[in-house]
Ligand binder design. Structure first.
Ligand SMILES: [Zn+2]
Length: 412
């Protein structure tokens, strides 16, 4: 039975991990950064070495293909892939696994005797982590990019997408041209680390993803009044930070009590202005993120949090603005792809469990244009988005082999 080469896959995963490597382990490789662009160039070289046709689309997505040198409606391609950008101080597997395993699968198929009926391709989707906009590359590919928003898309530190892409040699205004020709993708399947602890705790090697959460991000801005922190009486202060803090605590309570068991929420960015210890904060901004696999629950929670922000502001004499930043749609995975993954697991003698993805993934955009699905492998200790993110090498090998046989089934 055809199988992947773990030594080759391991060498490529460790090779990719050099770009943006941190001294204490882990990587920082945001999309369009010099580290990311060097990784992109290296990836194109690896795809060529593996005997694949390569191209880069106007949204910066990298493709390596077997049996075709572009996507076409005449011969729809079975796609796999993930991303090579990372969060700040991230691990070496999030995204990297899906791209390197996809490349390994295509190389193994090219070197083997199986002759798939359909072309196959591996994609590295740009800016999955959403420094400038969640799931940017796959959104462009799936025709979901809002062209009107491009001029104002910016990172948390204010850097504009237009400038970041231009530095990397791309024209952001052309990104919508990355939209795939209609019906040119026959199916999409992505291998990823679980980034949670459910598989490890259950002792199950493979997860078959049934649905993927939607993620909503909003910038909540609290406008108070800057004042002298010594001479202004406590009862006269309009402290914007305290309103933000009050909101953060109450929003957590609201999402936990009103969201059912699966909703989660996080405030990971807080900015206080002018930011001096002897000035009462005049303005505070935070980025509030929420996730749920059910679109209706997510929509309701977003409305309730908006109302909460205004209530908190009113009680403290603070003006509040809620500026939506991004919203991805929760997506179900295609039964046909889930069945292909389960059949691949059965043929390899591996137990599998169905679960939902609590993290957002490019596969949810692909679900809008084709039958889309995902394979999960256990993450050690459920750790992810941190430098010690890891999975056992034999778990990686099992996952890559499940991807290989799922691709062969989907391309048969
Ligand atoms: Zn990822």
């Amino acid at each position: 039975m055809l199988s992947v080469s773990l030594p080759r896959l391991k060498e490529r995963l460790l090779g990719l991990a050099r770009f943006g490597a941190l001294p204490g382990g882990g990587v920082t490789r945001p999309c369009w950064s010099p580290q990311h662009e060097a990784a992109r160039a290296w990836l194109l070289g690896e795809c060529k070495t593996a005997g694949l046709a390569t191209w880069v689309d106007p949204a910066g997505n990298v493709f390596g293909a077997l049996g075709a040198d572009r996507l076409s409606t005449a011969a729809p391609t079975v796609l796999t892939g993930s991303h090579v950008d990372t969060v700040p101080e991230g691990g070496i597997l999030d995204g990297a696994l899906g791209v390197m395993a996809g490349l390994e699968c295509l190389q193994a198929i090219r070197e083997g005797t199986a002759r798939p009926a359909r072309p196959l391709a591996v994609a590295a989707w740009s800016d999955e982590e959403g420094r400038y906009g969640s799931l940017f590359g796959s959104r462009a590919f799936c025709g979901r990019l809002d062209a009107a928003a491009i001029p104002t898309m910016a990172a948390v530190d204010g850097e504009r997408l237009v400038d970041a892409m231009s530095r990397a040699g791309f024209d952001a205004f052309r990104a919508p041209e990355a939209a795939a020709p209609r019906d040119s993708v026959a199916a999409y399947v992505e291998l990823h680390i679980e980034q949670g602890a459910r598989l490890e705790e259950a002792g199950i090697p493979i997860g078959v993803v049934e649905s993927i959460v939607g993620v909503r991000r909003a910038r909540v801005v609290f406008h108070g009044q800057a004042d002298h922190a010594g001479t202004t009486p406590m009862e006269r202060r309009r402290d914007a930070f305290l309103a933000a803090a009050d909101y953060a605590l109450k929003a957590r309570e609201l999402v936990v009590s009103r969201g059912g068991a699966r909703a989660v929420t996080n405030v990971g960015v807080v900015q206080v202005h002018p930011g001096a210890s002897n000035i009462v904060p005049g303005r505070a901004e935070l980025v509030h993120e929420m996730r749920d696999p059910d679109p209706a629950v997510l929509e309701r929670l977003a409305r309730e949090c908006d109302a909460l922000a205004r209530d908190v502001g009113r009680a403290r004499d603070i003006t509040v603005e809620v500026r939506p930043m991004s919203a991805t749609t929760p997506a179900p995975c295609a039964p046909r792809v889930q069945a292909a993954i389960e059949a691949a697991c059965a043929s390899l003698g591996l137990a599998a469990q169905r679960l939902y993805s609590a993290a957002g993934h490019d596969a949810q955009n692909l679900a809008g244009v084709t039958d889309s699905g995902m394979i999960f492998i256990p993450s050690r200790g459920g750790r992810s988005h941190r430098v010690d993110e890891m999975s056992d090498w034999d778990a990686i090998e099992r996952g890559a082999n499940v991807l290989l046989h799922s691709l062969l089934r989907l391309a048969a």
